[in-house]
Design a protein around this ligand. Sequence first.
Ligand code: FAD
Length: 406
Amino acid sequence: MNHSPHDYDLILVGSGLVGASLACALAMLETGRQLRIAMIEAGGDMPRYSGGQFDPRVVALTPASRHWLERLQVWEAIRQARACTYRDMHVWDGEGTAAIHFSSADVRQDCLGHIVENSIAVRALRERLAQLPQVEVMQPVSIVELRGPQPMQPGVQVTLSNGDTLQAPLLVAADGAQSRVREMAAFRTREWDYQQQAIVTTVRTSQSHEHTAWQRFMYTGPLAFLPLQEAGDTHHCSIVWSADTPLAEELMALDAAAFCERLGFAFEHRLGNIEHCAERFCVPLRQRHAQQYCQPGIVLVGDAAHNIHPLAGQGVNLGLLDAAALTNEIERALVRNIPLADYSILRRYQRQRLAGNLGMMSAMEGFKRLFGHRSLEVTLLRNIGLQTFNDLPLLKNYLVKQVMGV
Ligand SMILES: Cc1cc2nc3c(=O)[nH]c(=O)nc-3n(C[C@H](O)[C@H](O)[C@H](O)COP(=O)(O)OP(=O)(O)OC[C@H]3O[C@@H](n4cnc5c(N)ncnc54)[C@H](O)[C@@H]3O)c2cc1C
């Protein structure tokens, strides 16, 4: 393939977990050796956290996501930097008595997943990208103009904030929840505001987290404690407290000591006292799903295509499945000598991912609404339903395996 300096086979926008892993996967394909990929990233380098300091943004990776990162040869770097296994998950209804316990032993796995700091995973992927000559990383730059394919210019053309112009037959948007590409290319979305905010921070608890992910459901939203580990110390957790906006604002206004007190109470002191809490961040929660994942020359992956409530801890796992599906389709095109932007390729990717993502989002929406109900009848039925589910190991283990991808 002959290229002028600003001609590429593929432009990838966004080097987060999803975009960076997609770039690695494409560059590692046997058939991808000749590819020229432009990777455009608006942010700078990832901050480093060490000692008892943790990135407030963490993800719960399923075993399927871990296998994908192993395939990209980055899992070992992530594991060595810092990752915490969780072997159990305990979920309970804060307004009733029902509880569900998931255990890795019940599904014959060594763990249910890993809690990983976003910055560690992204850094490992970017270091891997630096070893792959097919990928040219442009950072920090963003897209200021985008032109889709025209009759006289079949590729996608983008102008960057540094004045450069690039073109390629295919552009992949992995630029996250606030995707500029999605907006500039006028993809239609279905979205609504949850009227909730997620407070995220790291806390130290007086008792060990026991490698368990904990989640308490309340009328005002779920509270999750996700286990972290530093040099064998198991007293740190990353918390995600999703709360109706007025409550979230009230909690954010508290000083650290008062917040720890409220948090311990909301968590029913399951891990003893909250001894320390790091800086708190507040993220508005929105459900958003693109109605189509592709249009001629442009395709969406990860949070650019879908945002899901964090109660499931599934956002990035769905995004990595998008990346894997798109890699397979692009590989298929390369093997068969089909142009990368051939619409059948993009449509096949969309067919594989859209319905499944929508299904997961609907299930989480159902969960959120079920726990948001305050009526006594619903609370009673919910508790009976949850307890019955917990007492049906075959069904419970089947569902766990589905989510884990094992
Ligand atoms: C509070 C909270 C808790 C969560 N917890 C979990 C969890 O436990 N498990 C889980 O699986 N998921 C979780 N998620 C979701 C998860 O964080 C996201 O699904 C995931 O980070 C999406 O990855 P991504 O690569 O698609 O997007 P991002 O991580 O947002 O990456 C997008 C990248 O694009 C870059 N970018 C943005 N705009 C531009 C532009 N115009 N030009 C160039 N580059 C650009 C950004 O700098 C960034 O590097 C949580 C989300 C929230 C809000």
